[in-house]
Design a protein around this ligand. Structure first.
Ligand code: AMP
Length: 410
């Protein structure tokens, strides 16, 4: 299959895709679209960047066009569940872009903004409703949304739903839907609980693995600095100064940590913006606009907020703290090295975090290269045990190379 037309998509969609500049389907699109068009359930193992959104949006738009129905108040024909408002916003934008010649209506509902305009938009009924689970349940409980006419269900980023504690909400929502429906299920990783959820929702699904364009391990150069917890801030500042970097995302585990780090970087004279769940939509939009601009600030983000970052040319991902879930590390570093570009992921690991590092290395099935010495100009913090990194080298049976990369501060 080499073109969208070969996959069975009709002219209005082909026109939209040409306008988007999509020349050919991505592998997951080529595999999934014909089967979804034929009405089959789908179990897709795919992460952001594979084109999974179009893999479900295109055939659903096509199917809805082919069987138009009058809209019923507060009801929708297709329901797309997404874990974050950023992702819901992106999916909504994709449906609008792909469906611009299809005459379908699409509404997104998510928390953190006033409910009223969303309820008004639903009032006359819509074709596609994109929703985060919590806000959708609020609307349903107030009888402002009615799920009894759903013909198509998409669950996107199921693993994130689980991580974020939405699993009960998702189950509650699914229980309200007609049994006779087509369900498309996507997850980047497949822990047992995700499998169970999929089994409970899908009927004889086609399983599609998005052979990721390239695994992060292939396009992202990964390395780790071993530093004491108290030395992390200084290490980060030196790192940011020592290497010429384009777009940098620094991950922290907590919202509070993100704010604090952003302030510390600012104090060190490094332009930084923070994005996390406690920021207003307006603040996030501003941070994202700045990050997309030619001279972007360093973006300090929590995992959840970062799900919505849709920027292809991130040059560096820095893990200021290692995540508890090794899968999260993969999500994080997948923010760089996209669309055929190379990327770099650097982790700062303190002694307490070493078990997490090992879990990540197990998942990757490869060790992450330790950087034996800080870049020139980054003196180890007074509290950093001097042979922290040396221990690790011995652990790996390698000789420590002091002074290795010879970078100089700018
Ligand atoms: P997704 O994995 O759905 O988040 O999509 C990742 C990015 O790829 C988005 O910016 C899409 O607009 C883009 N994209 C999706 N499908 C194609 C395609 N067939 N050709 C070019 N770009 C695409």
């Amino acid at each position: 299959m080499s073109s969208f037309a070969d996959l069975g998509l009709s002219t209005p969609l082909l026109r939209s895709l040409a306008a988007e500049g999509y020349a050919a389907p991505t592998p997951i699109q080529a595999k999934a679209i014909p089967h979804v068009l034929a009405g089959r359930d789908l179990f897709g193992c795919a992460q952001t960047g594979t084109g999974k959104t179009a893999a479900f949006a295109l055939p659903l738009i096509e199917r809805m066009q082919a069987t138009t129905r009058p809209r019923a108040p507060r009801r929708c024909r297709a329901l797309v569940l997404a874990p974050t408002r950023e992702l819901a916003g992106q999916i909504h934008a994709s449906f609008r872009a792909y469906g611009r010649h299809a005459g379908l209506s699409c509404v997104a509902v998510y928390g953190g903004v006033s409910q009223r305009p969303q309820a008004d938009a639903l009032m006359r009924g819509v074709d596609v409703l994109v929703a985060t689970p919590g806000r959708l349940l609020d609307l349903v409980n107030q009888r402002l949304a009615d799920l009894r006419s759903v013909e198509f269900l998409v669950l996107d980023e199921a693993d994130r739903m689980l991580d974020m504690g939405f699993i009960h909400d998702v189950r509650r929502i699914v229980a309200m839907l007609p049994r006779e429906r087509q369900t498309l299920f996507f997850s980047a990783t497949l822990p047992a609980e995700v499998r169970q959820l999929a089994d409970s929702m899908l009927r004889d699904p086609l399983e599609v693995k998005a052979a990721p364009q390239a695994t992060p391990a292939e396009t992202v150069a990964q390395s780790v600095f071993h530093v004491a917890k108290s030395g992390k801030r200084a290490a980060l500042v030196s790192l940011l100064r020592a290497e010429p970097m384009g777009r940098v995302i620094v991950f922290t585990r907590t919202k509070h940590g993100a704010d604090k780090l952003q302030r510390d970087l600012a104090k060190a004279g490094i332009d930084a913006a923070a994005i996390h769940g406690n920021k207003s939509q307006n603040q996030r939009d501003r941070a994202m606009a700045a990050f997309k601009a030619p001279r972007p600030p360093v973006l300090v983000a929590t995992d959840i907020a970062a799900r919505g970052i849709d920027v292809d040319d991130v040059s560096h991902v820095v893990n200021f703290e290692l995540p508890h879930e090794p899968e999260t590390y993969i999500h994080r570093i997948g923010r760089t090295g996209r669309a055929g570009r190379s990327g770099e992921a650097v982790s700062l690991c303190d002694p307490e975090e070493r078990p997490r590092l090992r879990a990540i290395e197990r998942l990757l099935r490869q060790p992450i290269t330790p950087r034996n010495a800080p870049p020139a100009g980054m003196e180890p913090d007074a509290e950093t045990p001097a042979d922290d990194a040396g221990d690790r080298d011995r652990e790996r049976g390698r000789a420590g190379r002091r002074g290795g990369r010879g970078r100089r501060p700018r």
